[in-house]
Design a protein around this ligand. Structure first.
Ligand SMILES: NC(=O)c1ccc[n+]([C@@H]2O[C@H](COP(=O)([O-])OP(=O)(O)OC[C@H]3O[C@@H](n4cnc5c(N)ncnc54)[C@H](OP(=O)(O)O)[C@@H]3O)[C@@H](O)[C@H]2O)c1
Length: 338
């Protein structure tokens, strides 16, 4: 069985990694339909030794597709997802457009795979920082019962798409050469700086990105009472997000049991040997399938608490890879043909 698969946003940071990972993971494809804006229409892309022409996305673009992975931002998802689903094309959406909608599963395959089969045409891929955090937290939840979370993120510029990568590169070069730094993607210089500001601010002082950790975490883990407070920070790192987490659990914790739980969890690996300066870092987790978890220690504030550090490639596990894993789940159960 081979599928007709579309990628909306094929020219973007996530789109390009989708094309690469579909190839590397040998996903069975008979037709690859690459969609983007009018700016990219007519450009070509090689996939499995064949040249595919990029097309401008229109409602008709989804006719005949078995599935399409959407990676062109929430407004494009809102414009096209329901139309695509009506035409029998299963949408796996990387944007925030439908994540909290009832009837739209929000899926991390290692955590809630069965939710994927309850879709009505659209499946949402969670927020990148949330996925990576949960790859460290979920095995601990299984071991001790999660109650509350305090988290700070360290988010790479590729999380803002190709524009973020270009901006950090340009500013770093300008700094070295004494040139002018351009600020187009971020409100302040990102090179040699940190911005405690990811996505828009709400009236209560939290950002939209920070609230995703709470709302999406609750939905994915089916923990409606979970408490989360989060500070999201953009850092001058090209790729792979990190999250510092303090978590409170229902039951008494032990470091040994925590390490065992993380080490045995598919998709995560334990890198926790501080005496030898071994802990997960963005450079080691760029273009890597698994997320790294380390610095596990007793939290000094919570009674049954653990502190930990999680790192993962947000373009892969936070977006492209997770979306493909969802498609693989459907394929494995014979549920991908439209
Ligand atoms: N980057 C990450 O780490 C990450 C992680 C999780 C989720 N996401 C989500 O994934 C989506 C894509 O992010 P990205 O980082 O890949 O962004 P990006 O690098 O800026 O790419 C955006 C893509 O959307 C396409 N696009 C823009 N306007 C369009 C239009 N009017 N019609 C059709 N296509 C259009 C662009 O095509 P053109 O080249 O033709 O303009 C490009 O392919 C976003 O929803 C983002 O929130 C990203």
């Amino acid at each position: 069985m081979a599928y007709k698969i579309g990628i909306l946003g094929a020219t973007g940071a996530v789109g390009q990694e989708l094309i690469r990972l579909l190839h590397e993971r040998n996903f069975p494809i008979s037709e690859l339909r690459l969609l983007a804006s009018a700016r990219s229409a007519g450009k070509t892309q090689t996939y499995q030794d064949k040249s595919w022409t990029i097309q401008e996305a229109t409602p008709d673009s989804f006719d005949g597709l078995d599935a399409c992975i959407f990676s062109a931002g929430a407004s494009q998802s809102k414009a096209f997802a329901e139309e695509a689903a009506k035409r029998g094309c299963i949408v796996i959406d990387n944007s925030s457009a439908f994540r909290m909608d009832e009837g739209v599963p929000l899926v991390v395959p290692e955590i809630n795979p069965d939710a994927a089969f309850e879709h009505k045409g659209i499946i949402a891929n969670p927020n990148c920082s949330t996925i990576i955090t949960l790859m460290g937290l979920y095995p601990l939840h299984q071991a001790f019962g999660l109650k509350s979370v305090i988290a700070s993120t360290y988010q790479a510029v590729s999380g803002s798409g190709t524009g973020g990568i270009v901006e950090l590169e340009q500013q770093t070069r300008a700094w070295a050469e004494g040139g002018e730094m351009k600020k187009e993607v971020y409100p302040h210089q990102i090179a040699f700086n940190l911005l405690p500001h990811v996505d828009v601010f709400f009236d209560d002082g939290y950002t939209k990105e920070e609230m995703k950790m709470l709302n999406e975490g609750r939905k994915i883990m089916s923990l409606p009472e979970l408490k989360v407070t989060c500070t999201c920070v953009r850092v001058p790192v090209f790729r792979a997000h990190c999250i510092s987490v303090s978590a409170e659990f229902e039951r008494p914790v032990s470091i040994e049991a925590a390490r065992e739980a993380v080490a045995g969890f598919e998709g995560s690996e334990l890198v926790d040997d501080p005496a030898n300066a071994k802990y997960p870092m963005p450079l080691d987790y760029s273009e890597v399938v698994n997320c790294g978890v380390g610095r596990i220690r007793k939290d000094q504030v919570f009674e049954n608490g653990l502190a930990l550090w999680v790192t993962g490639d947000q373009v892969w596990k936070g977006a492209a890879l997770n979306a493909i894993q969802i498609a693989e789940l459907l394929h494995d159960k014979g549920k991908l043909k439209g």
